[in-house]
Design a protein around this ligand. Structure first.
Ligand code: GDD
Ligand code: MN
Length: 392
């Protein structure tokens, strides 16, 4: 038996023969891409076929691939992309389920890309695809990161914003962000940027998955080590669909800015959690006033009711804002609320016992009270993050 050939030898042989036959093919059927174009897309079914065609026109002979990163959009963005991909082998769809968020989508797209250079751009045609070859030339000439800028000479932002408030908001956010990113770029909020894949690989584990500000994150962390170039572009008006940059994204971004101002010491989620907790204070006082002051309910009952109302609104806001990317729905909303009550209840007990103990140890009432409250805030944050939202 041992002298016999292994059972699978013939299969091996035919495998290698098959390989030789493949190697003998005159040319590879698809050229290796030089550029991977990442299109994050949420409800962009109407735009995908148009942008794919525009990119093809702009790229000419340069080999490239397109990755549409869809977050399970209800409008069938993934279906539309796949039907294009069946005809065009350089187009792919990455469909993420159970997650939302532009930065996270961009990172996953970059990680799934094959080319040595990657670019992120809006799927809604607001970014000028004819700039792609110009940006790629900058990389070929030694840049690590090339930013499509609306604020450098020759660029323009105003036409892309449908509302005046959006244009003003973007200017303010850019000014604030500029204080952190310094002189590295004129448009740290741009959603149009190209980089070498080594930079994407390095940055991916470091940058925040929430919100819109992936470029800001990269520049504020790695700016000093990079050769950065800017290419002006005109921010075009959105034709199909609507913008996803709303209140939530703005609040998340402000949280990111404060987090950066503290040198990253306070995590964005903790700040948002704190902000929500602060709003809970107002909810609590308003409920207490209504129940006790207006409806004459006994103080202890009113205080208990106010506590529950504030915990419930805190839970709802955290679910919508702090943990938007892990939002609980359906049955998990109920179990999540139950664990939230439970954890906050334990946090309150710990708060009171620590404060009382400190007070007994002759600390002043305000110091003891503050220490108890801070302790329970950190405890509630850390435990509900893990238990309620399973955000590890
Ligand atoms: N997969 C995925 N998941 N894609 C998303 C998500 C998401 O949660 N949110 C938005 N997108 C996609 C959109 O479908 C679009 O292709 C792109 O990301 C940008 O979103 P828009 O909703 O079009 O943003 P905007 O045009 O209002 O904002 C633009 O300007 C901002 C600065 O003012 C974008 O260029 C932003 O990237 C930029 O920061
Ligand atoms: Mn857009």
């Amino acid at each position: 038996m041992s002298q016999d050939k292994p059972m699978n030898a013939p299969q091996f042989q035919s495998f290698f023969e098959g390989r030789q036959a493949l190697d003998a093919l005159p040319v590879s059927p698809v050229a290796a891409p030089e550029l991977s174009i990442i299109l994050p897309a949420y409800n962009e079914a109407g735009n995908i076929p148009l942008i794919v065609d525009k990119i093809a026109d702009a790229m000419g002979d340069i080999p490239y691939e397109v990755l549409v990163v869809d977050d399970d959009s209800p409008d069938g963005t993934a279906r539309v992309t796949r039907s294009i991909a069946r005809e065009k082998p350089n187009v792919r769809c990455v469909r993420r389920v159970g997650r939302r968020g532009l930065s996270g989508a961009c990172i996953e797209g970059m990680m799934a890309a094959n080319a040595p250079v990657v670019v992120v751009m809006d799927a809604d045609m607001q970014h000028d695809e004819t700039r792609l070859p110009v940006m790629l030339d900058e990389i070929r000439n030694g840049a690590d990161l090339v930013i499509g800028s609306r604020y450098v000479d020759g660029g323009n932002a105003s036409s892309g914003f449908q509302k005046k408030t959006r244009a003003k908001g973007s200017e303010l956010a850019t000014a604030l962000a500029n204080r952190i990113t310094g002189s590295y770029t004129t448009d740290p909020m741009s959603g149009f940027f190209m980089m070498r894949r080594e930079l994407a690989d390095r940055a991916a584990p470091e940058i925040s998955r929430d919100g819109f500000k992936i470029l800001f994150d990269i520049v504020s962390r790695f700016g000093s080590e990079l050769t950065i170039r800017e290419v002006p572009f005109q921010f075009r008006e959105r034709v199909e669909g609507e913008s996803k940059l709303g209140f939530l994204v703005t609040v998340q971004f402000l949280g990111l800015l404060v987090s950066r101002y503290t040198g990253g010491f306070l995590p964005v989620k903790f700040l948002l959690y704190g902000l929500v907790g602060f709003s809970g204070l107002f909810v609590h006082m308003a409920t207490l006033f209504l129940a006790n002051g207006v409806f004459g309910i006994a103080f202890s009952t009113a205080q208990l009711a106010a506590t529950f109302v504030a915990m419930t609104t805190n839970f709802a806001f955290n679910n919508e804002i702090t943990y938007a990317h892990r939002k609980l729905t359906g049955l998990r909303l109920i179990t999540g609320l139950a664990t939230f009550y439970l954890v906050c209840g334990i946090g309150a007990l710990a708060n009171v016992s620590i404060a009382v103990r400190m007070f007994e140890w002759d600390w002043s009432a305000s110091v003891a009270g503050l220490a108890g409250a801070l302790m329970s805030a950190v405890f509630n944050y850390a435990v509900t993050k893990l238990v309620t939202w399973r955000d590890i």
